[in-house]
Design a protein. Sequence first.
Length: 587
Amino acid sequence: MTFAIHGLAVAPGIAIGRAVIAVSSRMEVVHYFIEADQINAEFVRLCHGRDAVVDELKRMQELLPADAPQELGALLDVHLMLLQDELLESGVKRWISERLYNAEWALTTQLEIISRQFDEMEDDYLRERKADLEQVVERILRYMRGVASPVAAPPASARPAAGAQQGVLSEEFGDEPLVLIASDLSPADMLQFKSSVFAGFITDVGGKTSHTAIVARSMDIPAVVGARSASRLVRQDDWVIIDGDAGVVIVNPSPIILEEYGFRQRQVSLERERLSRLRHTPAVTLDGQPIELLANIERPSDCEPSLRGGAVGVGLFRTEFLFMDRSGKLPDEEEQYVVYREVMENMRGLPVTVRTIDVGADKPLDKAHRDGSSLNPALGLRAIRWSLADTVMFRAQLRAILRAAQHGPVRLLFPMLSSLGEIQQALRQVEVARAELDARGVHYGPVEIGAMIEVPAAALMVRSFLKYFDFLSIGTNDLVQYTLAIDRADEAVAHLYDPMHPAVLHLVSDVIAAANAVGKHVSVCGEVGGDVTMTRLLLGFGLRSFSMHPAQILAVKQEILRADTHKLARWAQGILESENPAEMLGV
Ligand code: PEP
Ligand code: MG
């Protein structure tokens, strides 16, 4: 039966593929693809886990005291029977050998399929056996944890690239495009899938500018978040269409719907093809104003697509992704230096804005730090507050960045500053970091130092900020969140998240004007920077530097080539005075 699920459109385009449901977060498992020659080894790994549980249960049976309740023995029998169930084994084998899932992923996928069958059983007793099956699988996973392979990106040889999957639906099981559906994915999980095969993503939770959505957008593949119950309603292997422009997911589409979306998919690729011709065209407005188009990146391998997309530098390197999912063992100075140097080298002498770590809120360091660790994480110990609370960690990062500055122009950027005290402490830490390198006789390079303006307090005291910093970068994602008091990751209030709110526009335009007045560089690096519906308005406010996902650069450039900044300045003033800017902008 065909049905539609509505969510939030976060990354445009159309994806058509088979559903891959990531298991519930209760069972923490890693998901990755294996190479074809690892199928046997993966299956052996699974069998070892299963055999260990069988041994354990048999031992428990032997040791059962004579007066133990009868049900206990019966329960162990049921568990042993489930463990040796043919449906479990053959299904898991199939996911491993045909889909190249790692063993844990295959096991939990099959668990989900069998669980649904239990749910549909009439008999209460049998239906309740689902909980036993879950316990058995959890036991196997526990045994396997110690022998799990490291998380790896799916090998290109194992599956076609995501882009190549869009379009024709192949009859051959192994070549079918896949779309990932999860209740939630952390930004780190998402990053792990960055070079993966998925043609699209759907999550039950999340807001438009949650970090998970941002990473999805940076992958340039269609995504819908906040789709509420998608991971429960869609079944493993269902055909699914993701309409990333409308925020709609169509499950089990009819042939006519498939044809319609196939047509739209082809139109999207034609448009991309047309835009790609602008790659080497300088970003200059009709009245001759050169505009700087920069890239937002998360890791060194993002540099190549940035350069290909026509970026003239990096406007935001979100270094926190280096620190995530490491079970508390954070990267030391040397490890960070190697990564930052790689980015500098990849960007071949172009400027790179390295933002110091911004963890917290919807970017937890790892699973242990998710939820519950703070009463109100978005207002808690995140970003610069976290760095200033652990200056040893902070200075290790600063030293690594200073050292990387020998390999190209670095702009050092602090996130979420809100007061003079924080500014002074952060700048002091840079001095100490330099002194530490001097004491060790280690070389480092010059850096420009900048502040992110992403808290209303910072925007309102921007003129003070400008006395201390060489440049500013406006983080609209957080500026909207904190100005409007709307959690950017909460889909329940996503409809209130409005970058065109007059209060936000006033703050943004004032920061740009203040920086321009003293001749200091200012850029917008939040999602608004890559939103073509906002390009003309930002130009009208006087913005001359935009930072965005590499995939958005050409569309923004197209807007710039058609713009006349003189005319836009007058028009933007009118919008600023309006009570309903969105209506005037026609969006
Ligand atoms: C922002 O807040 O706009 C920003 C760019 O930072 P992040 O999205 O990483 O919080
Ligand atoms: Mg931010």
